[in-house]
Ligand binder design. Structure first.
Ligand code: ZN
Length: 307
């Protein structure tokens, strides 16, 4: 059975796994690597920094586990399946960089690389709650809000890999909260784990991450419950806009905030159906991921075995 090496690049660390064709994890590890912490001034420095960081993290695991290919989920925008990084918010010097090819040359093996949220969508469709669906919208509710789209069985990236910037759909049009993208009123400013934590601190003066906010809501804290309810409402509103464009029946959701599913799902569905056009009401399922944090790694494994 063919085995591939899958990597999922996070903000401060990198997860690696040896995965077989059936999606079984044979080995895995976590390596510290902060890929946005670079202060290089030239493109060449930035290229060397990213290539060295990734190769240093991946090489030891690769030597221990011979594989037929490597797949990587990366926080950036890629031109289709080419491995060309069109842009990355954390690495502004690396526009139009052939990251997949350069890594392949360094590591001496085929490397497939794609946007991390899109990898999660691919993983969910191949191995998780999206199985059997030719069309799937997958949403990740983590530090930010990401989206990945599968259309007619194929990942859809857009012209520059920037399709489904779901977190930056505008859900509040007047006096919206500022978003990291430079706009205001974006979904990410209300429905990411980061936003939930921030909203709770602003309201109560208590520092708490999204998991604690969820626990507080379960314990009867009305402020925490209202913040999570509003996250669900805004998610429902944004999903309705996507469904009106795409006529998709299945949406899956993963990421830290999805653990609060029983609190966000009811308001989400109510708002979704309120905002859909009548023929679509009641036709859309929004399902919690069955893969959780492993969706991205499994999607990376899937693109490695396809390439
Ligand atoms: Zn935004």
């Amino acid at each position: 059975m063919a085995r591939v090496l899958a990597a999922d690049i996070g903000g401060t660390n990198l997860r690696l796994a040896l995965i077989d064709d059936s999606g079984l994890f044979i080995d895995e590890c976590r390596v510290e690597a902060n890929l946005s912490r670079h202060n290089q001034n030239t493109r060449e420095d930035a290229e060397n920094y990213i290539l060295n960081s990734l190769c240093d993290a991946i090489s030891p695991f690769q030597k221990k586990n011979p594989v037929s290919g490597i797949g990587i989920g990366f926080p950036g925008f890629f031109r289709g399946p080419t491995g060309i990084l069109a842009a990355s918010p954390n690495l502004p010097l690396l526009n139009e960089f052939a990251l997949g090819q350069r890594l392949s040359e360094r590591l001496g093996i085929r490397v497939a690389i794609q946007n991390d949220a899109l990898c999660a969508a691919i993983g969910e469709q191949r191995f998780g709650a999206g199985q059997g669906h030719e069309n799937l919208l997958h949403i990740t509710l983590g530090t930010g809000v990401g989206g990945g789209l599968i259309l007619n069985g194929s990942p859809y990236t857009g012209e520059r890999g920037m399709a489904m910037e779901f977190g930056h759909l505008r859900v509040v049009h007047k006096h919206g909260r500022s978003c990291g993208c430079g706009n205001s009123g974006c979904l990410e400013a209300y429905a990411s784990a980061t936003a939930v934590s921030l909203l709770f601190t602003e309201k109560t003066g208590i520092n708490a991450d999204a998991r604690v906010v969820y626990e507080q809501a379960c314990d009867g804290n009305k402020d925490a419950a209202l913040i999570l309810k509003k996250s669900g409402l805004y998610l429902g509103q944004a999903i309705a806009e996507a469904v009106k464009l795409l006529d998709i029946e299945t949406v899956t959701v993963s990421g830290g905030l999805s653990h609060a599913w029983h609190l966000i799902h009811p308001p989400l569905m109510a708002e979704l159906n309120d905002n859909l056009i009548p023929p679509l009401r009641g036709k859309v399922s929004v399902i919690q991921s069955t893969l959780g944090d492993n969706a991205g790694l499994l999607g990376a494994a899937a693109i490695a075995s396809r390439s």
